[in-house]
Every structure is written in C-alpha cells, then in structure tokens.
Design a protein around this ligand. Sequence first.
Ligand code: ZN
Ligand code: FE
Length: 253
Amino acid sequence: MALDIVTIPCLKDNYAYLVKGAGGCCLIDAPEAGPILATLKSRGWRLDTLLITHHHHDHVGGVEALRAAYGCTVMGPQAEADKLPPLDRALQERDTIGEGEMLAEVIEVPGHTLGHVAFHFPAGPAVFTADSLMALGCGRVFEGTPEMMWESLSKLTALPPETVVYSGHDYTLANAKFARTIEPGNAELIARIDRTVSMRVRKLPTAQAPLSEELATNPFLRAGQPHIKQALGMADAPDAEVFAEIRARKDRF
Ligand code: ZN
Ligand code: FE
C-alpha cells in the first residue's frame, strides 16, 4: 500500500498534511483544528500521531483540540519544547518515528526558528518542510542566521531528487515574482510560474513539488550557480554568502 498524503488548507494560506499508511495516520502541523477534524471525519480516519515542525502559532493552534478528540501522541522538536504544547515525545536530529512505510526521520533545519524540524518519509518519498524549504522560496530567517538556513537547506537538497517537498504555506505565486528577478532567463522557472498561475486560478494548492523541480527553479537553492553569482556581482563569493544576499533581497522585495 502506498502512502496516502492529504493536503488540508488551513487559516489564510497554511497547509496541514495527513499521512496515512499501514501503520496508522499521522498529521504534520495543526494550524487550526476545524478543517483537520472535518477531513479525518469524512475519510473515517483516526489520528494516531501529531508531528509539530516549529513553535509558531500558525503551526500549533489546533494541537489541543486534536489531542482531546483522538488522544493522539504529540511530538515536536526538543529544542522548542518550552514554547510548544506539552510533548509526549521530544525529537532530535535523526530520531525516527513509526515503522515500515510510515517510518519518518527527523531532520533539524534551524533558521526560521532555532528548533525547526522537517519530517522525511522515505516511503513517500516525501519531506514535510513547513517554513524551511518552501515552493520557490524559503522561510524568513527570524531566529537563526542566513548561514544556518543555508546549511539546513543543504541537508534537504541532499535527499533523493524525486522526494516531494510539502511546505507549510502557499506563498508560491509571491515567491515566483521574486524568483523571476533573480533568474529571468530560466525557462523551467518561467514554465513553473505559468503552471502556478493557472493552478491558483483553479484554487489548487501549489506548495508541493518534487525536490528536482525546486533544485531547477527555486532561487534560494541556486545560490551556487555561477551565472547567478555573476548577475549579483558576487562571482567569487561562497554559496552561503550569495544565499544571504538573495534572502536579504527577498526581505526587501
Ligand atoms: Zn513559522
Ligand atoms: Fe508559518
């Protein structure tokens, strides 16, 4: 049985994700309970495990209502345990959750927050990245440093390229406008922007794409490309510095 991954729009532009396999049902992030409870009910699923990526309210607002409804096991980053709802299990780098096709590995991806984690399901293959790596973008660096975020993104890009990246917000269209300023000549990027526009018109989610597509189009992952360094006047700068410059430009965009 292949994993069943369900995208649930929450709040204004957040996503929660349900992963259902032979070993049970797991949720990644709980922005608000209502849409998640409705999805579980309509599918006749019960929630076994709730995985939290980081402490921001738009990722944990629904945790207590879901715990009350299902008695699910709540897990999240140890490094943010003091800012999170009570954890049944605190997670660190390379911890694993579940087994068989429901096995997930914890990847620490600090930058947006200092304890942010991603969840990698090799059987998907899927990785849930919330506000670290995002479709055509990356999260704002609030608590860490750009160098830290670059390291975190580098861990994610080392996953198999067919891995589908599921991010925490649908910022893709806004990210696309910025991406075009960094690499206007990238034909794959332009084609992705066209697809994104037509998907948004049909109100389809656009924040889920294979890592191979992010590698080819996401400006934050392309800081090492010589023609981009050249265009930014940073031909000889290390990749992490070029990333920091791209992140700074996006913050001002
Ligand atoms: Zn956040
Ligand atoms: Fe967020």
